[in-house]
Every structure is written in structure tokens, then in C-alpha cells.
Design a protein around this ligand. Structure first.
Ligand SMILES: Nc1nc2c(ncn2[C@@H]2O[C@H](COP(=O)(O)OP(=O)(O)O)[C@@H](O)[C@H]2O)c(=O)[nH]1
Ligand SMILES: [Mg+2]
Length: 467
């Protein structure tokens, strides 16, 4: 169902959830892709633009890091739910009397098939169900209904020779009183016209059904809006059954259109078989469309990857101007725990959303083990201030830990690089830096002194050691 659209939207959402930091470029990219996906789903451009405006506005709000992502993910979720309609619509049936449900729709929209699905659905839920064939226009319509009902084991009332639907109704109406629900098949047309509306009006007045359900195929897209408006002229429509959701990307257009004209979508048809029916809930639908379960896990994982205890510890040592080899080790370990999320540096204390050079924290696990051996061979003082390590001490540590000296030096170099970064990151406003760079104003407005920035920029330009 809307498979391609769903996977495109999911892609956009995980990009948002997994982004290192939220900047204008990311938001623009996300909006562009979201727009493309929704256009493909045949959602009205006005609605799309409205949604994108809201996202852009929200993105400008001053909320940092992970909470901003949550905010945006929730915003997109809620807005999509809103354009897909209100929650809680369902067909209600009166107990102790016969409930008539009249199906409306153009030729080929799926009325007859849908009757068998609904009849099957409600018979499985304990209702005594029957079908009545009042489609007198299509020659083979009664037979089709009969066959489908046989498959679903549903009582079926048809008259293959009668051409007046009211006469058929009058013929069977007493017999139908022993059922809880009677689904009534009606005739369609190629396009909605006055004769169709008139025919339905007459049936509506005579039968006074508890419900009328409009059946529309998903591939008609946003033209559903007009169709629903026209059909509503024939009588009170309880809701819409959207068929063929399995075969098109345009289903979004139908769903949104129905909300716009206040014709709630009740069910989706997702195939030709009896069982291919789903109840429609905007929230559940959007959650599935966005891969909400995955997104929540992603956000949750990002939050819990670093335990508060460790976070506080590292933050404290950073505050005191310290960043020991063990701190670095712990950080890299924490990032490895996050897997591909390791790139979310804003979660790492001290890095606060700094854009680190690609791969700075990607250290192979086997190498991490050797680093740990080397660190374990150091004195406490050396671990805290590795700058004091002399060549002869490095050689000793290499012997003691069985880690080659070049790997120890590489680790020390990496530590120095990250420490330089971390030390400056605490009061570093990334957005300001990017704005400054983009506007060509340079870095004069930054809380970091120019010399340090130049040094950092130089350091990170080339390929970093150990990657
Ligand atoms: N793939 C798919 N086909 C459907 C679905 N619902 C109906 N159809 C097919 O659409 C065609 C027209 O259905 P039918 O019930 O005869 O439409 P009617 O003219 O409105 O009564 C048939 O071939 C059905 O099998 C659906 O949810 N998915
Ligand atoms: Mg039919």
C-alpha cells in the first residue's frame, strides 16, 4: 500500500532522526523530499506547502539537539494525521433491528467486491449478514454478487430479470428483516451524472438505510474530492471505502480529499480477496507511513546510548579542563554502542552538535581493544595527561601491552585532536559558525578565538590519522 511513497517518506524521516545537527540545508532537503513524496501520493499542493511552512517555522525555534528532532518528527506526524482526518469514525449498528448499508460508487470502483469483503468482515464478528443486489444496469452484476457471496458464505438476494431496483427491494424487504446487516449493491455510471444521483435519491428515500458508504478507487487521486461532494447530494454519506490501495501511489490524494469534504474514510481495500480489507485510522496509518516505531526506537536509542552517569562524569572532567585518554575511550565506546547513530555527536558530552570530521570517532573495534591494553599499561597521571609521555615511556608501554608504538602514537594524536575540539565545543554555537561562514563574515563573531579556529581548520582539512 502506497509502498513507494511510504518508503520515500520513511527515508526522509530517518534522515531527520539520524542527522548530526539540524540546519537549514537539512530542513530544505527534507522539505524537498517530503514534497516530492506527497505530490506522488497526489496530495494537494496547497496542503503540502502549508505543511512545509510549518516545518520550516518550527525548525527555526530555539530548541537544541535531540529535542528539536523529536519536535519535528512529532510535528510532521501530527500534521499528516490532521490532513488525513479525525480519529474514531466507525460504522455503528443498531442492535435488535436490521441495519441497511447502501453502497455507492461509479462503475468499477469496487462496490460489489467490497460488499463481499464487508459482509465477510462483519459475519466473522458475529453479525447475521446478507447482501441485496440492486445493480440493474450491468448485465452480469447479480451473478457477480451471487458468486462473491457464495465464497464468503453470505446469504444473497438477487433478481436477474427485474430491471426496477425498487421492485426488487419490495420483493425481498420482509425476508431481509431477519438479518442484522444488509449490504445493498447499487448501480454505478461511467461518470457521476443527474440520472445516477436521482436513482440513488429514490432508493435512499424508500429504503432509509442506516448508512451509505461511498466506494472510490485509490487511483482516482485528488479528483475524489469532487466525486464525494457530488455523491453527498444524494443522501447522508456515513463514510468512504477506498479500494485498490494496493495498486497505486495516489491513495494519499483520496484520503486527504475525503477529509476535506468531511467524508471520513472507514476502510481500505488492499487486494482482490475477501480478507483484503483494513479499518482506517489516520494515526495508525501515518505511524506506519513514517515508520514511527522505527523512528521512536531510533530517537530512544540516541537518547539512551550514553548513560547519564557517564555523561555527568565526562562533563565534569571537561569542566575542569580535563579530557583524559579514558574519557576518549569511553566516548568512542559509547558511539560504537549506537551503531550508525554514532554520528549524532550532539549526544556526546562536550561535542554539543559540533560537526566532527567524517570518521574521527570511527575506530575499529579490534583497534579499540589494543588501545585499551595500552591505556591500562599507563600510570594514572599519564592517562590524565598523556602529553607527558616520552618516547622511552611509549616504548615501555608498547612492550608491556604488546601494542606497537605507532598505534600508541596514533591514539595519542587522536586524543589531542579530539581534546582540542572538545575543549572549544562547550560554548560553541554551530549555527552561528555556519551563518558566519555562509555570509562570508568570517568567524569574528564567534566565541572561539581566531587562532584556535585556524588551527582546528588546518588540522581537520587533511585526512586524519588512523582512518
Ligand atoms: N487490487 C484490488 N482490486 C480490487 C479491490 N477492490 C476491488 N477490486 C477489483 O476492481 C474491479 C472492479 O470491482 P467491482 O466490485 O466489480 O466494482 P463495481 O463495478 O463498483 O461493482 C474488480 O476486478 C475487483 O476485483 C482492491 O482493494 N484491490
Ligand atoms: Mg458491481
Amino acid at each position: 500500500m502506497l509502498d513507494k511513497v511510504a518508503s520515500n517518506i520513511k527515508g526522509v524521516m530517518s534522515k531527520l532522526a539520524g542527522a548530526i545537527f539540524i540546519d537549514k540545508r537539512l530542513i530544505d532537503d527534507i522539505c524537498k523530499k517530503l514534497k516530492r513524496a506527497l505530490l506522488e501520493a497526489d496530495v494537494d499542493i496547497k496542503l503540502i506547502n502549508h505543511l512545509l511552512d510549518k516545518i520550516k517555522k518550527k525548525a527555526k525555534e530555539k530548541v537544541k539537539g535531540i529535542s528539536k528532532k523529536e519536535l519535528l518528527v512529532n510535528l510532521i506526524h501530527n500534521e499528516l494525521v490532521r490532513i488525513l482526518g479525525k480519529e474514531g469514525y466507525a460504522l455503528e449498528f443498531v442492535k435488535g433491528e436490521t441495519n441497511y448499508v447502501m453502497m455507492l460508487g461509479l462503475y468499477g470502483s469496487g462496490k460489489t467486491t467490497t460488499i463481499s469483503k464487508l459482509a465477510f468482515y462483519y459475519s466473522k464478528r458475529g453479525f447475521k449478514v446478507a447482501a441485496l443486489g440492486l445493480d440493474v444496469h450491468r448485465p452480469a452484476a447479480p451473478e457477480q454478487l451471487e458468486q462473491l457471496c457464495q465464497k464468503a458464505k453470505i446469504s444473497c438476494f438477487i433478481d436477474k430479470n427485474e430491471k426496477d431496483p425498487l421492485k426488487i427491494w419490495n420483493k425481498f424487504k420482509d425476508e431481509l428483516k431477519k438479518f442484522d446487516i444488509v449490504f445493498i449493491d447499487t448501480a454505478g455510471r461511467d461518470a457521476i451524472n443527474a440520472s445516477l444521483v436521482k436513482e440513488i435519491k429514490i432508493l435512499y428515500r424508500n429504503i432509509t438505510p442506516q448508512h451509505m458508504i461511498l466506494v472510490m478507487a485509490a487511483d482516482i487521486g485528488k479528483t475524489a474530492k469532487k466525486q464525494a461532494q457530488e455523491f453527498k447530494k444524494a443522501g447522508r454519506v456515513s463514510g468512504v471505502f477506498v479500494t485498490r490501495m494496493d495498486g497505486t501511489a495516489k491513495g494519499g490524494g483520496v484520503l486527504v480529499s475525503c477529509t476535506e469534504v468531511e467524508a471520513p474514510v472507514l476502510f481500505l481495500g488492499t487486494g482482490e480477496k475477501l480478507q483484503d480489507i483494513e479499518t482506517f485510522s489516520p494515526t495508525a496509518f501515518v505511524s506506519r507511513l513514517l515508520g514511527m516505531g522505527d523512528l521512536e526506537t531510533l530517537l530512544e536509542k540516541a537518547k539512551t546510548a550514553i548513560e547519564d552517569k557517564d555523561k555527568k562524569k565526562i562533563e565534569k572532567s571537561l569542566e575542569q579542563g580535563k579530557f583524559s585518554l579514558m574519557d576518549m575511550y569511553d566516548q568512542i565506546k559509547a558511539m560504537q554502542k549506537m551503531g550508525p547513530l554514532g554520528k549524532i555527536t550532539e549526544l556526546i558530552p562536550g561535542l554539543g552538535g559540533m560537526k566532527l570530521p567524517e570518521g574521527l570517532l570511527d575506530v575499529q573495534e579490534s583497534k579499540m581493544k589494543r588501545w585499551k591494553f595500552a591505556i591500562d599499561s599507563m600510570t594514572k597521571k599519564e592517562k590524565e595527561n598523556p602529553e607527558i609521555l616520552t618516547s622511552s615511556r611509549i616504548a615501555r608501554i608498547s612492550k608491556g601491552s604488546n601494542v606497537p608504538t605507532n598505534e600508541i602514537r596514533e591514539m595519542l594524536k587522536q586524543h589531542k585532536l579530539i581534546k582540542g575540539f572538545v575543549g572549544k565545543a562547550k560554548d560553541f554555537d554551530l549555527e552561528k559558525l555556519q551563518k558566519g561562514m555562509a555570509s562570508g563574515r568570517g568567524m569574528s563573531e564567534l566565541p572561539v578565538d581566531k587562532k584556535t579556529l585556524r588551527k582546528l581548520a588546518k588540522k581537520f582539512k587533511g585526512k586524519l590519522p588512523g582512518m
